[in-house]
Design a protein around this ligand. Structure first.
Ligand code: MLT
Length: 247
């Protein structure tokens, strides 16, 4: 019992100081971390994550040929090249390109983890790769945090379920001391996973979440199925907090 695994349902439930020196996984299943994972898998050279639209525009002005991507209110920002749908980040669009990216909640959560020892991005699309990366971690630092982005400072079930899935997987082998939010997330995931073993795919569960309902209202329902495609990708995006590039 010498490693800790903490889950926070929202960035507001922890502090930059608490995350300092730890391995942090930021989770925004619908859709920021799913989309960044897709962009890198599609061959983007790197993704820069920005907290504000102005910051993104200023950075783009210094990087000719870069693509501006992201959303506010779930929709593409005026003047941006791309929105926040994984399908927009296709190889023919992003291969070899630098993407400058800002979203309402996902990139904000990353910024809270600016003093993390390692900052990784997780979503169902890279679930096993995230678990494998974290299994290698305890021996080195012994402190893992799964940080859910939420939506507009509200807890979102899709992020909690992913945090629970990772907690459940890592704790099978024992050796972790977990906080109460990790225990709650793992319980929620085990209940949801019972349905998954039946007829209902994960996409059905994600459709019912707050993030899923937002996307349905915006006519972006197909992004839910993409986000629910467990282990579609094998790469774990890593954020360099010195310059906020993601590789
Ligand atoms: C966010 O970061 O707020 C989300 O990714 C919102 C979205 O789905 O566009």
């Amino acid at each position: 019992m010498n490693s800790t695994l903490e889950v926070y349902f929202l960035p507001e439930l922890t502090t930059a100081e608490n995350l300092a020196g730890k391995t942090v996984v930021v989770i925004d299943v619908l859709r920021a971390t799913t989309t960044i994972a897709h962009a890198l898998a599609a061959g983007a050279r790197q993704v820069f994550v920005c907290e504000t639209v102005d910051e993104a525009r200023e950075l783009a002005a210094t990087l000719p040929g870069s693509l501006l991507g992201g959303e506010r209110g779930g929709v593409r920002i005026e003047g941006f090249d791309l929105g926040n749908s994984p399908t927009e980040y296709a190889p023919e669009v992003v291969r070899g390109k630098t993407v400058i990216f800002t979203t309402t909640n996902g990139t904000r959560a990353m910024r809270v983890a600016g003093q993390a020892r390692q900052l990784l991005l997780g979503a169902f699309v890279n679930f096993s790769a995230v678990c494998d990366a974290l299994r290698r971690e305890p021996a080195i630092s012994g402190a893992i945090v799964l940080l859910c982005a939420g939506t507009d400072r509200q807890v979102t079930r899709e992020d909690v379920l992913f945090a629970g899935a990772v907690t459940d997987e890592l704790c099978r082998a024992g050796g972790f001391r977990i906080n109460d939010q990790a225990a709650i997330a793992a319980d929620a995931w085990r209940v949801a996973a019972r349905d998954l073993r039946g007829a209902a795919p994960l996409a059905e569960t994600l459709r019912e979440t707050r993030g899923g309902q937002n996307l349905i209202d915006l006519g972006l329902e197909r992004d839910i199925a993409i986000a629910a495609d467990i282990d579609r990708l094998t790469h774990v995006p890593r954020v360099d907090t010195a310059n906020w590039s993601v590789l």
